[in-house]
Design a binder for this molecule. Structure first.
Ligand SMILES: Cc1cc2nc3c(=O)[nH]c(=O)nc-3n(C[C@H](O)[C@H](O)[C@H](O)COP(=O)(O)O)c2cc1C
Length: 275
């Protein structure tokens, strides 16, 4: 009989090449391997203290130089959620989820600290600072995702929040040196429409040892993944052009950026990514 960890592993890879190693199972590993994005939510409020608990988990993530160069906006007002949903490809789950979190790379706080001390900051204008703030925000958000799933909640990231960056900046009244990295829906998953574990690429495709060297078996392993992903889509009742096709469609033309091709310009106007 398979352990819960082994079962989750098999669901994650659906691939005989990737067998679970004989390593101590743990509730944390089970929680991580059991992740799935949730796009159907119950109309049920979150218990008091949920936001603060998610935030404590988020703030417990590592932070580059402990700058803590990120902030969070919790949106619960249905009208504001609806306006943000409209800006993010009209995704219904943003309206449905009781809580919508916007994760920000934030150097405006550092700027206020510097202003108070009469100091000038040069680094926020450099591209690396945008990476620092965005990485900090992403690590924090992922900790919140794991915490939310542990509380029986579901989440889905919303990268489409960057489609119309300027409108989101205006809606959230973001000062210069602040960049909305992505949104995150949080709510109770609708048990009538459960989400499933989406398979991932075989480990041998993703893992390189010592130096970057795509293995000889890469094309075959990707073809096998294609079959597993297609089976997953069929089970979910979704039409899919195939995973490789999706990768190409998403990256081939500028149209698939849905407005995000303008981000560099908007950021430069806000004092970020100048050089
Ligand atoms: C940064 C980021 C942005 C995403 N943006 C969206 C989005 O706008 N809408 C959406 O439905 N899912 C979004 N997702 C969810 C991905 O589609 C999902 O994680 C991926 O298909 C894998 O599925 P899983 O999370 O269920 O394993 C996003 C995920 C990440 C990490």
């Amino acid at each position: 009989m398979s352990s819960p960890f082994e079962t989750l592993w098999q669901q994650r890879y659906r691939d005989l090449r990737n067998q679970p190693p004989a390593i101590a199972d743990s509730p944390v590993l089970e929680a991580l391997l059991g992740h799935r994005s949730v796009r159907r939510y119950l109309d049920r409020p979150l218990p008091p203290g949920t936001l603060e608990t998610l935030l404590a988990a988020a703030q417990s993530a590592a932070s580059s130089s402990n700058l803590q160069a990120w902030s969070l906006i919790a949106v619960q007002d249905p009208q504001r959620k609806a306006r943000l949903a409209a800006l993010a490809n009209d995704q219904a789950h943003i309206r449905q989820a009781p809580l919508f979190l916007v994760w920000l790379a934030d150097f405006s706080r550092a700027q206020r600290i510097a202003d108070n001390q009469g100091a000038t900051l040069q680094a926020p204008a450099y591209l690396d600072s945008l990476l620092v703030g965005s990485i900090d925000a992403a690590l924090a958000a992922q900790n919140a995702v794991v915490a939310a799933e542990n509380l029986g909640l579901g989440t889905v990231y919303i990268g489409a929040l960057r489609n119309d960056l300027q409108a989101v900046i205006d809606e959230l009244q973001l000062p210069p040196l602040v960049f909305p990295v992505f949104g995150l829906c949080v709510g109770y998953p609708d048990p009538q429409q459960p989400a499933a574990i989406k398979p991932r690429l075989s480990q041998e495709v993703v893992l390189h040892r010592e130096t970057y060297r795509p293995g000889e078996g890469e094309a075959q392993a990707i073809a096998d993944y294609e079959s597993a992903a297609a089976a997953f889509s069929r089970e979910q009742g979704q039409d899919s052009p195939g995973w490789s096709r999706q990768v190409i469609d998403r990256l081939q033309g500028v149209a698939a950026l849905h407005g995000r091709e303008r981000i560099a310009q908007t950021l430069r106007g806000r004092g970020l990514a100048q050089r």
